[in-house]
Design a protein around this ligand. Structure first.
Ligand code: ADP
Ligand code: MG
Length: 696
């Protein structure tokens, strides 16, 4: 086991990262200062500086065993891409030296033809460019220097997730600084901060290898419920199995080396489900780190005989996995703009930022929903485990009371934090939080940040944060416009907050989001309930949303259309592959297994009969199996027919797959799962839920 003594953690942390400390150590003073300014304030980088940085970076990478470098980028698949080039450069005498120039650091030209572009870039014009993102540190992994980069096409359209994220961060920074100026604060940059909590499953590799569905689709397409699911609530925060604890310890080490602030780990609700949360960082870095974290989880799992499942719904009947996006805004002076302080009712600056978020979530609920839409997450949202598919906000009792008072034009007196007595005198009294937790809300205020709980576990969080940052930027822009033009700031501010809270109060819901009444009430409030990905996709490119992104320079209309098309294509491809995998398993594994098991039984009946013993129970079982096998083969044909009739057009295909292919798949699964309960365990062709979920 690769654990390190705890005294070594500070030494280990970031040891493979070209971070500020390394830069300071290895770069001339003026170069370091120039680079730091770029990192902190987003100013453009001088090419002369890049040359010096590249050379220092290479020397450092060599000292860490590096031989190659790669421009690491996040194409529209959301999964990072990399192409490795070595540092070697030939000498005339047949030897080589290790070289790396500023040009190579700043710009790369990967062949981009095989990445999805949603019609943006014809393959004959395959050229794509990667551009260094100095705001996210380079690092060494497996002998390669990884340089985080943005990715765009020859004609300048963006082809990745990082560029729009950086643009959205610029947009919100610009507007938030305008607002802060009105409060008399000079600030150069406001950064959005994110701490993504990552859920995942760990199962035995040996079980995984026997399941084609897990290997190909990442989730089980068949499987009857085990006698025990998660109803006892005994896994959540339970003691870690020693093997799992060893995995987590090694994972921490690997993440720390890469400078990832891995902090909290625990068992989750479902059996075999766990969670890892890092300490928050800027949105850009949090996104890169979350991608690395997912990769490391899979890799370290293998070393411990596990497979890490990141799918949103690997198993039916137990909870799926999400990724909570904890989000806030912080100034370059380190002030958290969503910190209410001790007296939130009189903290007008906080109330204004809060109002901006409330307005943004209400007006752009469709975009937030789209940002988390995919085939996997459709199994979670609204399925009594994750938040519902309706976007709403929880603000807690204290803020609710303040907002109500504002609406009514009354004054609200802040309550001092009270101490909670636990009733045992040896235990110290603990301060009571002013907001209780609400686990059912998709967008909850949690003290000094918002927690967006709809993202699925595989999601690249860039998607969600692009939408969120830009929507809030727009509201801040409107507020700044209005307030800058006002003659009396205090009065204008008070009436603006009152007006906007009144106008957007419908989005605030502090009740139980899982209850049956909520969708009814939400509809009465006029909130959207986009239950599936095909329901959500058309909202991506509405005029309202296109003009939002255009105004803030985040996406052009064409870029949005391409992204919406990719989302639709991905949805269809996922379901298509799942349907084909089901057919494969039905034809090659399940049907043959059931037939041979019923033959075994039929042989038993015949043998018993030949010696004069009646076997009515076995006979009945053979008959039942035979009938169900016929039904299963019918269901199998239904899937084939549904897939064969699928329209090719990307406009129609998602709806069709949702309405025709999914029901056919569900029907086949139900029959197959019933058969699983009728066939002996050793005769079933792959490990069942009981075996997979309850390993030791
Ligand atoms: P929970 O009770 O939900 O576990 P925590 O306070 O432990 O909440 O935080 C959960 C996540 O929120 C962590 O990743 C944490 O770093 C992150 N977080 C805390 N403060 C902020 C902030 N200001 N901005 C963004 N994320 C934050
Ligand atoms: Mg949480």
């Amino acid at each position: 086991m690769n654990t390190c003594a705890n005294s070594k953690v500070p030494e280990l942390f970031g040891s493979m990262v070209f971070n500020e400390a390394v830069m300071k150590d290895r770069l001339p003073k003026d170069i370091f200062r120039a680079l730091k300014q770029t990192i902190k304030e987003g100013t453009p980088l001088d090419p002369a500086v890049a040359n010096v940085v590249a050379s220092a970076m290479k020397d450092w990478a060599l000292s860490k065993g590096g031989t190659h470098y790669t421009h690491w980028f996040q194409p529209m698949t959301g999964v990072p891409a990399e192409k490795h080039d070595s540092f070697i450069s030939p000498n005339e005498d047949g030897t080589v030296i290790m070289e790396f120039s500023g040009k190579e650091l700043i710009k790369g030209e990967p062949d981009a033809s095989s990445f999805p572009s949603g019609g943006l870039r014809a393959t004959f014009e395959a050229r794509g460019y990667t551009a260094w993102d100095p705001t996210s540190y380079a690092f060494v992994k497996d002998g390669t220097l990884y340089i985080p980069t943005a990715f765009c096409s020859y004609t300048g359209e963006i082809l990745d997730k990082k560029t729009p994220l950086l643009r959205s961060m610029e947009a919100i920074s610009k507007q938030a600084c305008r607002v802060l100026r009105l409060f008399g604060k000079e600030c150069k940059r406001v950064t959005t901060t994110v701490g993504p909590e990552q859920e995942y499953f760990l199962i035995n590799e040996e079980d995984y290898r026997q399941r084609e569905d897990l290997i190909i689709t990442g989730r089980t397409l068949f499987g009857a419920m085990p006698p025990k699911g998660q109803e006892m609530d005994d896994h959540y925060f339970g003691a870690l199995r020693p093997r799992v604890a060893a995995f987590m310890a090694e994972l921490d080490n690997e993440l720390w080396k890469l400078g990832i602030l891995s902090k909290t780990k625990h068992n989750e609700v479902a059996p075999c489900q766990h969670e890892l949360a890092p300490i928050f960082s800027t949105t850009n870095i949090a996104t890169d780190h979350n991608q690395l974290m997912m990769e490391m989880m899979k890799r370290v799992a293998k070393k411990h005989g596990f497979v890490c499942l990141l799918h949103e719904k690997p198993f039916d009947g137990v909870n799926g996995s999400g990724k909570h996006n904890n989000w806030s805004l912080s100034t370059d002076a380190g002030e958290n703009l969503l910190e209410p302080g001790r007296t939130p009712a009189s903290n007008k600056q906080f109330l204004l930022f809060l109002t901006a978020v409330v307005k943004a979530v209400d007006e752009y609920q469709d975009l937030l929903r789209v940002s988390v839409a995919n085939a996997g997450n459709d199994h979670r949202l609204g399925a009594n485990e994750a938040p519902p598919a309706i976007v709403s906000m929880f603000v807690g009792d204290e803020l609710e009371a303040i907002l109500k008072a504002i609406e009514a034009g009354e004054t609200h007196t802040d309550v001092e934090k009270t101490m909670m007595s636990i009733g045992v005198s040896v235990l110290p009294p603990i301060p009571k939080d002013t907001t209780d937790r609400n686990r059912t809300s998709p967008f909850a205020f949690t003290g000094n940040k918002f927690e967006f709980r709809m993202p699925g576990s595989t999601l690249n969080i860039a998607c969600t944060n692009i939408m969120l940052n830009t929507a809030v930027a727009e509201e801040l822009r409107q507020f700044a416009d209005a307030l800058e033009a006002s003659a009396n700031f205090d009065e204008a501010l008070a009436s603006l907050i009152q007006r906007e809270i009144k106008a957007h109060r419908r989005i605030i819901f502090n009740g139980n989001g899982y209850s049956a009444q909520w969708p009814v009430e939400a509809e009465a409030r006029g909130l959207l309930n986009l239950k599936s990905t095909p329901d959500a996709i058309p909202y991506y490119t509405t005029d309202k949303n296109v003009s939002l992104f255009k105004r803030h320079g985040v996406y052009t209309k064409v870029e949005m259309e391409s992204r919406s098309e990719i989302l639709a294509e991905e949805y269809v491809k996922t379901l298509h592959i799942e349907a084909l995998t089901m057919l494969d398993m039905l034809k090659k594994q399940i049907v043959p297994a059931v037939i041979s098991y019923s033959k075994k039984l039929a042989d038993t009946v015949a043998v018993k009969k030949s010696i004069g013993v009646d076997a009515p129970a076995e006979l009945a079982l053979v008959q039942a199996l035979t009938e169900k096998t016929a039904a299963l083969i019918d269901r199998q044909r239904d899937i084939e027919a549904a897939v064969a009739a699928a329209p090719a057009a990307v406009q129609q295909a998602p709806r069709y797959y949702h309405d025709a292919v999914i029901p056919a798949m569900e029907a086949a699964r139900q029959t197959a799962d019933e058969l699983e309960m009728m066939v002996g365990e050793t005769d079933w062709p792959f490990p069942t839920y009981s075996k997979i979920l309850y390993y030791i």
